[in-house]
Design a protein around this ligand. Structure first.
Ligand code: SF4
Length: 367
């Protein structure tokens, strides 16, 4: 068929320089990528690779691993080699691990200059090693570990302080003609974080890695990240994102992908359009929506499934969707592409929806 117009987005993408993180392009017109970080001991290669495989299956584009010890540094080669997605080594404090990660074949290295003593003196060699190996860098500025000089000037991690620190560190690499880096300026307060990225976006064309640090447990962290990333991405700011949750990293990937899908920055996959229920509901909407969601989990097709509690908005919404149910009087009217195809007793709503979804999905392309 005819290619359809791309779905609308809220703002044109900010023009950022493009860099390579292994096989994934970041910045420019590359799709906004989703990152997460392993929670395993990096030195435990098998467990780490297992988690990377799970993250890859969940849709993660780039994965980061911590490297706090020599055992971890020694494991990087095997991990980088066997991971299906690019691996970024996360280095604090010890510049020797930066070199180890570059030599091990990591796609990129995250450095936090605020946590590396005498960082300025090492930049030349880091830039050279990274250039030689085609490794990119993330300059990860963090509110909790700001450069001492900047902290003395601003007193606390204000947006201006985060940006000054980042721009300074970027200039150190640029002085050595190294440009393959992206920047993050993370803060745990979405307001400070959003302002910092807005300022940073104006200060240069660096690709930006979005993150709210220490965003919290799943519920709070999901909301903080969604609000902050949503504010920035809706202005075209952000080239790669990492949702940080005190929850398994696969959850971070799911949230990240859902944020991008919500803003049409990724093709939408399964979408459940379910009503909140109210006094008019003639069916247990929560249960029905949960059962349908569970039954369709993992579907990779752009399917909108409406689950409506009564006939007020029910049929209307159900008609707009690819597939839907409007319930009433112990029965469910099943709609496909706007047509009632059958009416089933309440007890058969879930299985009928799943059956029809599978049938429609077979005729659709995966996204
Ligand atoms: Fe209430 Fe019906 Fe709307 Fe659901 S579809 S919120 S039950 S009016």
């Amino acid at each position: 068929g005819m290619p359809s117009a791309p779905p609308p987005v809220l703002a044109p993408r900010r023009k950022s320089r493009q860099i390579k993180v292994g096989k994934v392009m970041v910045g420019g017109d590359a799709p906004v990528s989703v990152q997460s970080m392993c929670t395993t001991l990096t030195a435990d290669v098998n467990t780490t690779l297992q988690q990377i495989a799970e993250l890859t299956a969940a849709g993660c584009d780039i994965v980061r691993v911590a490297c706090p010890s020599q055992d971890d540094a020694d494991a990087l080669g095997e991990i980088a080699q066997h991971s299906q997605i690019p691996v970024i080594a996360d280095i604090h404090f010890q510049p020797k691990y930066v070199f180890a990660a570059i030599e091990a074949g990591c796609a990129a290295v995250r450095v936090n200059p605020g946590n590396i003593r005498k960082f300025d003196d090492q930049v030349k060699e880091i830039a050279q090693a990274a250039k030689d190996h085609g490794t990119s860098i993330r300059i990860g500025v963090n509110a909790g570990s700001l450069d001492k000089r900047v902290m003395e000037k601003y007193g606390k991690a204000t947006p201006e302080a985060l940006v000054e620190s980042a721009v300074w560190e970027a200039s150190l690499f640029e002085e050595h003609d190294f440009h393959d880096f992206k920047i993050s300026v993370k803060h745990n307060d979405p307001v400070v974080m959003v302002r910092a990225y807005q300022l940073l976006a104006e200060a240069g064309d660096w690709p930006l890695h979005l993150g709210v640090t220490e965003a919290g447990p799943a519920f709070q962290g999901t909301i903080k990240s969604s609000v902050a990333f949503g504010a920035l991405l809706s202005q075209g700011i952000g080239d790669t994102i990492r949702v940080s949750l005190s929850a398994p990293p696969v959850e971070e990937v799911k949230v990240g992908l859902q944020i991008l899908e919500s803003l049409n920055l990724r093709p939408r996959r399964l979408e459940i359009v379910s009503c909140p229920s109210c006094g008019r509901a003639q069916v247990d909407v929560y249960k029905l929506a949960d059962q349908v969601t569970a039954g369709l989990e993992g579907m990779e097709v752009p399917l909108r499934v409406a689950v409506m509690g009564c006939v007020v908005n029910g049929p209307g919404e159900a008609r707009e969707a690819d597939l839907g149910v409007a319930s009433g009087n112990g029965k469910g009217q099943i709609f496909v592409k706007g047509e009632v195809i059958k009416t089933v007793p309440e007890s058969q709503i879930v299985e009928t929806l799943i059956e029809e979804a599978m049938r429609i999905a077979e005729g659709m392309e995966e996204v």
